[in-house]
Design a protein around this ligand. Structure first.
Ligand SMILES: Cc1cc2nc3c(=O)[nH]c(=O)nc-3n(C[C@H](O)[C@H](O)[C@H](O)COP(=O)(O)O)c2cc1C
Length: 175
């Protein structure tokens, strides 16, 4: 798939079929996360791969907008580890870039995904920490359920270009 097509057709997919995601596909997706840009190339991320059905099904107990996880075969929990890093405060941006790379790589493979935010919501972070035994200096950032889309029309291209949000040379000047 061309990059432009992946960008245009990536959608938040929240219904998944039972089809398994292979180890090779997971590797490709996580590798895309690790190839994201990061401040000072500090790569402050960790990726927890979760397939255990019992664990996945507990996520909605602390994340109210992650109910789709109960029909996803796998999820990746992206965590940030800013401790001791020179550019520690950039960890959110670093992890965001990693998540976006993951979403696009999944789209490229025909795999549905959705970014469900954890940080900075305290309850979600506490729940994640407990369930996945995340050490105190590591911050759970996002949960990404993954699965082949159930709906036939999953990767629908959307038009969102808004010229009002584009400024020429100075704020408020639209071309
Ligand atoms: C930081 C962030 C947090 C999000 N959290 C959730 C979430 O908790 N649950 C969910 O279903 N979608 C979540 N989304 C997905 C957005 O709802 C979705 O990206 C938006 O509606 C646009 O739709 P699209 O992804 O199909 O283009 C999140 C997206 C971002 C960027």
């Amino acid at each position: 798939m061309e990059l432009q097509q992946a960008i245009k057709t990536r959608r938040s997919i929240r219904q998944y079929s039972a089809e398994e995601i292979t180890q090779e596909q997971l590797q490709t997706i996580i590798n895309a996360g690790m190839l994201a840009p990061s401040a000072g190339n500090q790569q402050p991320w960790h990726y927890i791969v979760v397939k255990d059905r019992a664990k996945l099904d507990r996520i909605p107990e602390f994340h109210p907008y992650c109910k789709m996880i109960t029909n996803a075969p796998v999820a990746i929990v992206v965590c940030g580890d800013p401790e001791g890093k020179k550019w520690a405060d950039f960890w959110v941006q670093d992890c965001s870039a990693a998540v976006q790379n993951i979403l696009l790589a999944a789209t490229d493979l025909g795999i549905g995904s959705v970014w469900t935010g954890v940080y900075p919501e305290e309850r979600r972070m506490i729940g994640c920490r407990a369930l996945f035994e995340i050490p105190s200096q590591v911050i759970p950032f996002a949960i990404i359920p993954l699965g082949f889309p159930k709906q036939v029309e999953a990767f629908v291209e959307k038009e969102r270009f808004n010229p009002q949000l584009v400024h020429q040379e100075r704020y408020g000047a639209h071309g």
